[in-house]
Design a binder for this molecule. Structure first.
Ligand code: SAH
Ligand code: SF4
Length: 361
């Protein structure tokens, strides 16, 4: 399967509409036809030229010879009791990635991947344990959204997108930027969140975009020493510089920076740690997303999830300090589906596949 020669036809998925028009124009009689093709792909989520019934058969055939409309292939779709679904998707080179969809407050949040692994190597993260992967291309990023939307038949007005799947999105800014441009056609920037481990040049890039998605930063520790133990990238982009960068980050009216904080037993989960977090982010319009660790005895047996009482105490301390706090309790836990627990393949996990699998090949 994976030995097929690569398809030379450019994939129109993930190409921003203005560029689709440029590509198509030589083959159409009137410019509005090029716009129609863009609408079919972006607005109507078309999977092939045959669906474009307002074009002539000749034009559809001609476009099909020159271009393709291709999304990642669904290998596995694991549904959990809480309504979240984990998607295992195969890319054209045979690599696999994961995404998650979860119902949240009547909306649908899609957690998308940006890379096939992650070079950042945080000590509590399965994606990091896989090591560096490659950057996803714009069609692979947008394709995840298209596949989930189609399968779930979700109304697009209700979709929120978070880049909290596999990889570090701000180490893939070129492709992320192109994908965002396409996604913005359907999903407003205020419904898209990019989560970063604190890649400062990427944050600067984000700050310079004319239309910015929301920013989430994985803090995970209130001081440099512990942060760099958990997140090796913190040696490169140190906490004081990161916080200074965030203080200067341009925020649209009403927007806040989300700080994600994975709670790990006896490591960063004490009341004093919560007080230090509140102190650290004081003055920044912020909310804190507390994430009790998703344990993984195979990849990081040394890290444990704190008990619920400790989690509640931590969150309450932040609230007492005036912060808005959400605790991501267990979305998709039974399918390993919470963002940040994605590994893209079932490495040595044997029977993991069996439960809750809706569709497998
Ligand atoms: N690389 C980016 C985005 C992907 S990780 C980042 O680090 O922000 C998305 C979130 O999942 C991060 O906040 C990360 O801290 C969290 N995460 C990673 N591993 C986790 C685990 N085992 N349990 C709970 N959250 C985890
Ligand atoms: Fe990479 Fe984010 Fe996982 Fe860290 S938490 S290894 S940055 S995906």
């Amino acid at each position: 399967m994976t030995n097929d020669p690569p398809d030379p036809r450019p994939n129109l998925v993930g190409v921003p509409p203005s560029r689709i028009a440029n590509l198509i124009e030589p083959y159409v009689d009137r410019p509005f036809r090029a716009r129609q093709v863009g609408q079919w792909i972006i607005d109507r989520n078309a999977t092939g030229f045959a669906e474009m019934t307002n074009l002539t058969k000749e034009l559809r055939d001609e476009l099909g010879r020159r271009f393709r409309i291709a999304d990642p292939e669904i290998l596995e779709e694991s549904a959990s009791g809480d309504g979240s679904v984990k998607w295992l998707l195969r890319l054209t080179d045979g690599l696999t990635i994961e995404g998650v969809s979860m119902p949240v407050d009547g909306k649908l949040t899609m957690c998308l991947s940006s890379q096939t692994g992650c070079a950042v190597g945080c000590t509590f993260c399965v994606t990091g344990a896989l090591g560096a992967g490659r950057n996803l291309t714009p069609d692979e990023i947008v394709g995840q959204y298209r596949v989930m939307l189609r399968q779930l038949k979700a109304p697009v007005e209700r979709v929120n997108i978070v880049f909290m799947g596999m990889g570090e999105p701000l180490l893939n800014t070129t492709h992320l930027g192109a994908a965002l441009e396409t996604l913005y056609e359907r999903v407003s920037p205020k419904r898209i969140t990019v989560s970063t481990s604190g890649v400062l040049p990427g944050i600067t890039w984000l700050a310079g975009l004319p239309r910015r998605p929301k920013l989430a930063v994985s803090l995970n520790a209130p001081d440099q020493e512990r942060r760099q133990r958990l997140m090796p990238i913190a040696r490169r982009y140190r906490l004081p510089e990161l916080m200074a960068g965030l203080r200067g980050f341009p925020l649209e009216r009403g927007r806040r920076i989300t700080f994600e904080y994975v709670l790990i037993s006896d490591l960063n989960d004490q009341v004093a740690d919560a007080q230090a977090v509140a102190q650290l982010i004081r003055g920044i319009p912020a909310k804190v997303n507390v994430i009790p660790l998703n344990e993984d005895p195979q990849y990081f047996p040394e890290h444990r999830r704190p008990d619920d009482e400790t989690v509640n105490r931590f969150a309450a301390t932040l609230r007492d300090a005036g912060l808005t706090v959400t605790v991501r309790w267990s979305k998709g836990l039974d399918v390993d589906a919470a963002c940040g627990q994605l590994k893209g393949r079932h490495q040595g996990r044997g029977s993991r596949k069996s439960e809750g699998v809706v569709d497998s090949s």
